[in-house]
Design a protein around this ligand. Structure first.
Ligand code: PMT
Length: 216
């Protein structure tokens, strides 16, 4: 299978030294890329700014912003059988970007923002028979919110990620997730125990392999 995987945060610059971002380290997405490559799949990894080594056998494209990520995904999608979006894409970016460092004295206390494109929604018309997997980092009721995203984003699978626990979600090596998919519009749910991100990645790649077999 040819897999396109996104990982890490995006950075939305306000000037050359300041940006909006989030706590994603890329660990989950790099684990997916590594697991897929180990199982013999061809993997392209679109990575936000993270400090992780590229897994062996994986082709890596580095990006900074949500718009860069969208461009990279659009370019590579036609070569992919499956897209796995683990990236924590910033929903907003500063409305204007200064090419030079803004002076503290001259800065407004109010930051004007504009929405970033939703990558999955934008590329949805090009999905065809490809498998699309999203992740949803949630506090509160991860499954309910993830189900909404599964349906509104037209995904084959969403990985509901409980980020309220200290051993799950951002920047740790373990993850507590639930796989949610739809079969004839009814929800299929697989609650996994606390696993390492490498184990979650293996389960995800196995799910993709199985799904692809079913569709042949
Ligand atoms: O990198 P780590 O430190 O290992 O942390 C891993 C993780 C917590 C970042 C990861 O497991 C995770 O949950 N990623 C999804 C983060 C998230 O909250 O996504 P979301 O709920 O904002 O978006 C849902 C889906 O839509 C995601 O697949 C996302 O990539 C995608 N999206 C989001 C915004 C946007 N503008 N375009 C998108 O396509």
């Amino acid at each position: 299978m040819k897999l396109l995987v996104t990982a890490g945060p995006t950075r939305e610059h306000l000037d050359p030294v300041r940006f909006l971002s989030n706590r994603s380290t890329g660990k989950m997405g790099f684990a997916v890329a590594r697991a897929a490559a180990v199982r013999g799949h061809q993997v392209t990894l679109v990575a936000g700014p993270v400090s992780l080594p590229t897994p062996a056998g994986v082709r890596r494209i580095d990006i900074v912003s949500a718009c860069d990520l969208l461009t990279a995904v659009k370019r590579r999608l036609r070569f992919a059988d499956a897209l796995v979006m683990t990236a924590a894409v910033a929903d907003w970016r500063p409305a204007s970007v200064s090419p030079v460092k803004l002076k503290k004295r001259g800065m407004s206390r109010v930051l004007a923002l504009e929405p970033n494109p939703d990558v999955l929604q934008t590329i949805r018309p090009c999905k065809g028979t490809r498998l699309f997997v999203g992740f949803a980092a949630e506090t509160g009721d991860p499954v309910r919110e993830a189900e909404r995203k599964l349906r509104t984003k037209g995904l084959d699978l969403i990985v509901a990620n409980d980020v309220s626990r200290p051993d799950s979600g951002f920047a740790v090596d373990t993850n507590k997730v639930t796989f949610l998919s739809l079969a004839n519009d009814s929800l299929e749910r697989l609650d996994l125990p606390l696993l390492t991100k490498d184990e979650v990645a293996e389960r995800l790649v196995e799910w993709l392999e199985q799904k692809q077999c079913e569709e042949v």
